[in-house]
Design a protein around this ligand. Structure first.
Ligand SMILES: [Zn+2]
Ligand SMILES: [Zn+2]
Length: 480
C-alpha cells in the first residue's frame, strides 16, 4: 500500500510520515494533519549510508506490498484452489483493475469522461479493493507524473531506474515536498472522492479482503480460498500489473508520437495493464478516454467505458481529433526520417563546392582527371570509370565536356539511383556559361523542392529533384 498519502489514522502510513503530509494539503482539504511542520528535516534529505539505510525504507509498505503476498503464497500450500474461487479471483481481478484504470486513472486523474453517481461509487469501491491508496492521493501523484514526467518532481520517474519506477518509489521513503504541485480542487468537490479518502481504511479492508472472502464463503463455502486467492494474492497481482504502467510503459516499446520523454507503446504492457500500454499516446493525449486508438489494439478499459456510455452511466467521452493525432505521428516520423537522412552521404552541398572556370575544368580534364560536368556541377569520376555500368567508353566520352544532355537522356536516361550516386562524386561548380544557366533554371523551376531543408538544416533531396536531373537540357556545342 503506497504510503505518502496524507491520511491520519491510515494504517499503511509510516508514523513518521504522518507528521509530514503533502505540501499540497491546505486547511480546506479533508484530513489535513494539523501537526504538519514543513521545516522539520525529512529523512530523504540525508544520503543513504550503512548506518541509516533502514530509516530510508518504508517498512510498512514493504510489509503491505511484499510481506503479506509472501504469507499468502505460503498459505496456498494448505489451501487448495477450487475452480469457483479461481473464476471469482479472475473476475474480481478485472473489477479491481478497472477501478484503477477506468476509475482512478481515466475518470478522476484525467477527467476523460464523466460518470454517473452509481458508477462513481462502484469505481471508488473496486478501486479501493486494489489497495493502491485513495483516489485523491493517487490522482494527485499521477497528475504530477504527467506534468513533470522524467524530472525530479515526477513521483515515479523512470530516470531513477526501472525498479524504482515500479516499486522503489513506494518501498523507499519519498519527500512529499519534492513531488510536483498539482491542482486537485476538482477532486475535493467530488463527494465520492472525499468520502473514499475519509474512510479509506474501511474501504480497503472491506473491498480488498472482506468482500472477496464473503463472496467465496457464502457462495460456495470456500472462506479460506476466497481470502487467500481472491483477497491477498489478487491484490498482489493487481498491484504489480498496475505498477507496470509506471515502469514497463516507460521502458518497453515504440514512441510513435514523441520521443523526447520516456513513455512508450507496447502490446505486452497493454495486456498486463488492462489496456494502459499505449502510453506514448496517453502522455501526448492524456484526456482522451482511449489508450489504444486502433480497433484491434487491446484496451478493455476503453471498451468498458464505451459500454458504460451505452448504458447511460458514462457521458462526455473525450477524444482528440484524428487530425491532431496524425499530425503528431507525422511529426515524429519526420524526425526519424531526418535522423536517418542525416546519416547518408548526399554529396558535398553545392554552396560549399569551389567555383571553377569552364576553361580550368576543360584543362584539368585534358590533363587526365576524369571530370564530367552535368548541369553546371563538376564531378570527379576517375575512380568510377571502370565500374560504369554503361561501359568505359560512354563515360569517357563525357569527360571534359558538358554532359548534361548525355546524362539526361541524350545518350542514356539515367536512373534516380545514378543521379544520387553522381552527387557523391561532385567536386566543384562551373562559373558562367550556359551550364550555370541550366543550374539556375533548375533551381528556379524546382524552388520548393530544391530548397527544402530538414531540422538540422540539411537540404532535402527528393527522388527526381537532384541538381543533375534536368528534364529538357539545353543542348550546347560542347555537349554534342
Ligand atoms: Zn506515464
Ligand atoms: Zn495518465
Amino acid at each position: 500500500m503506497p504510503s505518502h498519502q496524507p491520511v491520519a489514522g491510515m494504517s499503511a502510513i509510516d508514523p513518521e510520515y504522518i507528521s509530514q503530509p503533502s505540501a499540497q494539503a491546505s486547511p480546506a482539504e479533508p484530513n489535513r494533519n494539523l501537526k504538519y511542520d514543513p521545516k522539520k528535516p525529512h529523512i530523504t534529505d540525508s544520503p543513504i549510508t550503512r548506518g541509516n539505510w533502514y530509516k530510508h525504507v518504508n517498512w510498512l509498505n514493504v510489509f503491505f506490498i511484499l510481506g503479506i503476498p509472501l504469507m499468502g503464497l505460503i498459505s496456498t500450500y494448505w489451501t487448495p484452489l477450487r475452480w469457483q474461487t479461481a473464476v471469482w479471483t479472475v473476475i474480481y481481478y478485472f473489477c479491481t483493475g478497472l477501478g484503477i484504470t477506468a476509475g482512478y486513472h481515466r475518470l478522476w486523474a484525467h477527467k476523460s469522461y464523466s460518470a454517473a453517481l452509481p458508477l462513481r461509487i462502484f469505481l471508488a469501491g473496486v478501486g479501493g479493493g486494489a489497495v493502491e491508496g485513495s483516489i485523491r492521493w493517487w490522482s494527485r501523484d499521477h497528475r504530477a507524473h504527467h506534468r513533470y514526467t522524467d524530472t525530479a518532481k515526477d513521483p515515479y520517474s523512470v530516470r531513477k531506474g526501472l525498479l524504482y519506477s515500479h516499486i522503489g518509489w513506494m518501498i523507499m521513503k519519498q519527500n512529499p515536498k519534492r513531488i510536483g504541485r498539482t491542482d486537485i480542487s476538482d477532486l475535493n468537490e467530488d463527494p465520492v472522492v472525499v468520502w473514499q479518502h475519509r474512510h479509506y481504511l474501511k474501504v480497503v479492508l472491506f473491498m480488498g479482503l472482506i468482500f472477496p472472502t464473503l463472496v467465496a464463503g457464502i457462495g460456495w463455502g470456500d472462506w479460506m480460498g476466497g481470502y487467500i486467492y481472491a483477497g491477498i494474492l489478487r491484490i498482489f497481482f493487481v498491484q504489480q500489473a498496475t505498477f507496470c504502467v509506471n515502469s514497463l510503459a516507460h521502458w518497453l516499446g515504440d514512441q510513435p508520437f514523441d520521443d523526447r520523454n520516456s513513455p512508450r507503446d507496447h502490446v505486452i504492457t497493454a495486456f498486463v495493464t488492462l489496456g494502459e500500454g499505449y502510453h506514448n499516446f496517453h502522455h501526448e493525449f492524456p484526456s482522451d478516454y482511449r489508450n489504444a486508438i486502433e480497433w484491434h489494439q487491446y484496451d478493455p478499459t476503453k471498451w468498458s467505458i464505451w459500454v458504460w456510455s451505452k448504458l447511460g452511466l458514462a457521458t462526455g467521452l473525450k477524444q482528440f481529433r484524428s487530425n491532431e493525432i496524425e499530425k503528431g505521428r507525422v511529426q515524429q516520423l519526420q524526425k526519424k526520417l531526418d535522423q536517418k537522412r542525416s546519416k547518408l552521404d548526399w554529396g558535398i552541398p553545392l554552396d560549399q563546392l569551389p567555383v571553377i572556370e569552364w576553361e580550368d575544368y576543360v584543362e584539368q580534364a585534358k590533363n587526365g582527371r576524369g571530370l564530367i560536368a552535368v548541369a553546371g556541377v563538376v564531378h570527379d569520376v576517375t575512380d568510377f570509370i571502370n565500374e560504369h555500368p554503361g561501359g568505359k567508353a560512354l563515360i569517357r566520352s563525357g569527360v571534359g565536356k558538358d554532359a548534361t544532355a548525355m546524362f539526361n537522356g541524350g545518350v542514356y536516361l539515367h536512373s534516380n539511383g545514378a543521379h544520387n550516386l553522381l552527387s557523391t562524386m561532385r567536386v566543384g561548380v562551373i562559373r558562367g556559361g550556359c551550364e550555370v544557366e541550366i543550374w539556375k533554371r533548375t533551381q528556379r523551376e524546382n524552388k520548393d523542392g530544391i530548397y527544402l531543408k530538414d531540422d538540422a538544416g540539411n537540404r532535402i533531396i527528393r527522388a527526381g529533384n537532384q541538381i543533375t536531373k534536368v528534364e529538357q537540357p539545353m543542348t550546347t556545342a560542347s555537349a554534342a
